[in-house]
Design a protein around this ligand. Structure first.
Ligand code: 0X9
Ligand code: ZN
Length: 582
């Protein structure tokens, strides 16, 4: 009898292990599934035990939809984690009530046992862990992030300052947790006082998206550590203003750090006070086309009682409004002027996507083709799928739609990685490096995000010593490459390179310092290819003493000048722009 029980237990264990392995595989298939035309097939239908009405705990499950409209309606109400359009299901976190009403409505639902088991996993601080989220030492907590931001401002007083742009819901609401100030770091060298292109990077508006805040903070650290070391980082900090808000929803993040899959803020006065279901989804609460998401205050996509009702939304919108030139247009169909400056990115997770507005409707934004060009460029770096936000599912009241729709800002969402609580090993090996390089490109693109990403990238810069002239003579070579776009979901036209030029000590558009440009020549004798090697000889005899930066940029046959890259004019320098680790 005991023997049979024992065998029975081993058998059940084997089934559970099999199911866990199977659900693990589905996570890796997300990216393929999101790519229309992908040959990926669903794993063979495996019968999964379905909880009965007695189930009282939340689950994560596949919910099969019948049409795009059906999918949009589900996404407006449910906590959707993944969308698999080809296989017609989404993966959602369901409360017992949601599960029951979907079942009643006739939906096919398959429980994801692996993901469901993670919901209640208790995570402890490893004895070796001295900081970070329990079980995830690579992700700094709210307090550690704020501490790091303060230290950066103290360590780099000429380059960084800490800005409080608002207060969290808990901070302004009596009773309950203390809440937090809302902080951003501003990076900006005072050397050039003219109006500067703005780059705004924000993260963690959804509390549980661990990778996002750490990425934003590390990006700030990377820039500060490399001022004067990395040529591009140096001039970008001189010429641009960079604002970074790594924790835009700190109250919610505190719950997420305790292992809750917390998404919203912690406002519990809108008709839902049940833990862990209260709160307003801050990515449904912005004031542009607000009102298409859930009005159930316990729903994970609760849009709030009114547009911009939440203090985090108000503070963020006011802050962003103060950073960028206002390019408001009547209605939703008027494009912004092509030379509009400024770029913002809101980091989310997960699903490996680069998204651009609009998300609230299917028809493309008036600037869709330029938004797509930069989106495909960013996707070249992080290897994600580029698409209009609506392609994922319809979303109203999102930050990026508001920023683009109201102010004309080129605004992107990057859905990072493959999990909310991404393992530290995946974060370190892939998620951070891939996205860090995309962010370096995005930062550079902030001056003319609607124009310059179409032009060629400047890569592989080399300075050689070419002997003595009136002073030192240097030979500079580089590769101009017009082809670096993701061609998933369409493609970006590429053209032959037609010209290249250098300027010394300032990018060519800085007329205040009278940047003089000099033409470069094609090494093979003619400008006629989409990837062209170029060169110039520089006699440093005429330059003032000291260290010099040389800027290179190229033009393609569409007339587009691309983004410049710079290199220090010292002998035997080698520089590969957009590489995060050197
Ligand atoms: O649903 C969301 O808010 C985003 N996905 S997440 O898993 N991070 O919650 C997607 C938003 C897509 N739409 C826009 N960016 N407009
Ligand atoms: Zn999110």
């Amino acid at each position: 009898m005991e023997e049979r029980l024992h065998q029975g237990r081993i058998f059940s264990l084997l089934i559970i292990l099999f199911l866990l392995a199977w659900t693990g595989n589905t996570a890796r298939a997300i990216r393929q599934d999101l790519n229309p035309g992908s040959a990926h097939k669903a794993p063979p239908a495996t019968p999964t035990p379905t909880p009965g009405p007695e189930n009282e705990k939340p689950i994560v499950a596949r919910v099969y939809f019948t049409s795009r409209e059906d999918m949009d309606q589900l996404a407006a109400q449910l906590d959707v984690w993944e969308v698999h359009p080809i296989e017609h299901y989404l993966v959602a976190h369901l409360t017992p009530q949601e599960y029951q009403s979907l079942q009643k409505a006739g939906y096919r639902i398959e429980v994801d046992l692996g993901k469901t088991s993670l919901l209640s996993q208790v995570r402890l601080l490893a004895s070796t862990q001295s900081g970070g989220i329990p079980g995830f030492p690579c992700y700094r907590t709210v307090e550690e992030t704020y501490q790091a931001m303060e230290s950066l401002a103290a360590q780099y007083p000429n380059l960084a300052s800490l800005i409080q742009y608002g207060s969290s819901w808990d901070q302004i609401t009596p009773g309950g947790p203390d809440g937090y100030p809302l902080y951003a770091l501003r990076l900006n060298h005072p050397s050039n006082s003219g109006p500067k292109p703005e780059f705004f990077l924000m993260a963690e508006i959804h509390a549980r998206e661990y990778t996002t805040a750490e990425t934003a903070l590390r990006f700030a650290e990377h820039l500060l550590k490399n001022y004067g070391v990395d040529p591009d980082v140096t001039w970008l900090l001189d010429q641009y203003q960079i604002d970074i808000g790594p924790m835009t929803n700190p109250d919610g993040r505190k719950y997420a750090e305790q292992g809750e899959y917390w998404r919203k803020n912690t406002d519990n006065t809108q008709g839902c006070s049940d833990f862990p279901e209260f709160g307003t989804d801050l990515n449904r609460n912005s004031t542009f086309h607000w009102g298409g998401a859930s009005n159930g205050p316990c729903s994970e996509t609760y849009q709030g009682p009114s547009a911009g009702s939440e203090p985090e939304t108000q503070a963020l919108q006011n802050y962003i409004q103060g950073l960028f030139p206002n390019r408001s247009r009547p209605g939703d169909e008027v494009p912004v002027p092509a030379d509009t400056s400024g770029l913002m990115i809101t980091l989310h997770s997960y699903s490996q996507l680069v998204l651009w507005p609009y998300g609230f409707r299917s028809s493309p934004a008036p600037d869709a083709s330029s938004l797509a060009a930069l989106g495909r460029k960013l996707a070249f770096f992080n290897h994600y799928t580029p698409e209009q936000a609506y392609s994922l599912y319809a979303v109203s009241g999102s930050t990026d739609d508001w920023a683009y729709g109201t102010l004309g800002i080129a605004a992107y969402t990057i859905e990072m990685g493959t999990d909310f609580f991404e393992s530290c090993s995946t974060f370190e090996s892939t998620v951070y490096p891939d996205n860090g390089e995309a962010l370096l490109y995005a930062l550079k693109a902030a001056r003319r995000p609607y124009q310059e990403p179409g032009g060629p990238d400047v890569l592989n810069l080399r300075v050689l010593s070419a002997g003595e002239g009136s002073g030192k003579v240097y030979k500079l070579t580089a590769a101009l490459d017009d082809t670096r776009f993701s061609s998933v979901n369409g493609s970006e036209p590429t053209q032959p390179i037609t010209a290249a030029e250098i300027s010394i000590d300032a990018p060519s558009w800085i007329t205040a310092t009278a940047a003089i440009t000099y033409p470069m020549s094609a090494i093979d004798g003619s400008f006629d290819q989409n990837i062209e090697l170029v060169q110039a000889t520089i006699d440093a005899g005429s330059l003032p003493p000291g260290r010099h930066l040389v800027f290179v940029r190229g033009q393609d046959s569409s007339g587009a000048w691309g983004l410049p890259s710079a290199i220090f004019l010292d002998p035997y320098q080698i520089y590969d722009p957009f590489v995060l680790y050197r």
